[in-house]
Design a protein around this ligand. Structure first.
Ligand code: GUN
Length: 298
């Protein structure tokens, strides 16, 4: 299949999600509550600047107030933690997001634990991660894994009993996605295999997958011979690779060799235009929910 008919359109599904959020934002505003999301960036990582910029724009479009705090690259961890304490105590902000990656001298776990759990719209606080692992309702789910599940569900991909293979055990995508999809619950109940750099016979695992999620950050790692014909392929990767022919001397590629894999995949996310917009939509959904909880609407 070489047509675009097997594409999972993340932009369209994200737009649908945002349309569902609009009346909830209106209901909050009718009660005098303006949902607010505070962003924190440390240093000048170019990709992080782009990501936070996109999230700010999405907030503005939905009517969520946002504010971005930028700390210098050399800021101390205690300075970041002090800023988070101030944001935790400020009722204007229903959600707080610290963009990762952070400079090496700042411990990501200390930062995630310093965001108040009820404002943790990234879902990275140990309480929210713990709720996710235990299958307890009420927490915030990390945005990229939640967006991937939403893409699958809204594309009618069966998950109950499906073989899901995830490449990459990171805390932002692989680990929480595995926890989410293995729950005995609707839109889950999959047999999940979490592969990583020490996995033996990686290709063998991949070829068994009904749903293959590539989230390990290796440019175009997934090739055609790693995919079972008809499998659903989700590409989470965003990798900048040198390309003398491209403007600026580099271009972005995913973790999947799209041109090779699309013809044999049952469904596949384009990249860009697949997972990325969903991450943002789920962030806004978490923020609206945080505001509703704060307003006693949930
Ligand atoms: N860096 C890459 N993905 C994410 C994300 O979902 N949230 C934050 N805060 N940083 C990220």
């Amino acid at each position: 299949m070489t047509s675009s008919t097997n594409l999972i359109d993340g932009r369209a599904i994200a737009a649908q999600l945002l349309a569902e959020l609009a009346p909830r934002v209106a209901a909050l505003k009718a009660r005098g509550v303006e949902p607010g999301l505070a962003f924190v960036r440390v240093g000048e990582d170019p990709a992080s600047k782009v990501y936070v910029g996109r999230k700010e724009k999405a907030c503005a479009e939905l009517g969520i107030r946002s504010e971005t705090h930028v700390l210098p690259e050399m800021a101390l961890e205690v300075e970041l933690l002090a800023l988070l304490q101030r944001l935790n105590a400020d009722a204007r902000w229903h959600g707080i997001l610290v963009q990762f990656p952070l400079p090496r001298h700042i411990r990501p776990a200390a930062v995630s634990a310093a965001v108040a759990p009820h404002k943790d719209v990234d879902g990275f606080h140990p309480l929210n991660m713990g709720r996710l692992l235990l299958g307890e309702p009420g927490g915030f789910e990390p945005c990229t894994p939640a967006g991937i599940r939403e893409l699958l569900v809204r594309s009618n991909v069966p998950l109950d009993g499906a073989e899901v293979v995830i490449l990459g055990r990171g805390n932002i995508v692989g680990k929480p996605l595995a926890a989410m999809l293995c729950q005995k619950a609707p839109h889950a109940n999959a047999t999940v295999t979490l592969c990583h750099s020490a996995t033996r016979d990686l290709k063998g695992h991949c070829r068994r997958a009904d749903v293959l999620v590539a989230a390990m950050g290796v440019p175009e790692f997934v090739k055609a011979d790693m995919v079972k014909p008809g499998a659903v392929v989700i590409d989470v990767g965003v990798n900048r690779v040198p390309d003398p022919a491209a403007r600026g001397g580099s271009r972005l590629v995913g973790d999947v060799n799209f041109a090779a894999v699309q013809p044999i995949a049952g469904k596949i996310t384009p990249n860009p235009g697949g997972v990325g917009p969903m991450t943002i939509a789920m962030l806004l959904r978490n923020t609206v929910r945080a505001a509703e909880l704060a307003a006693g609407l949930q």
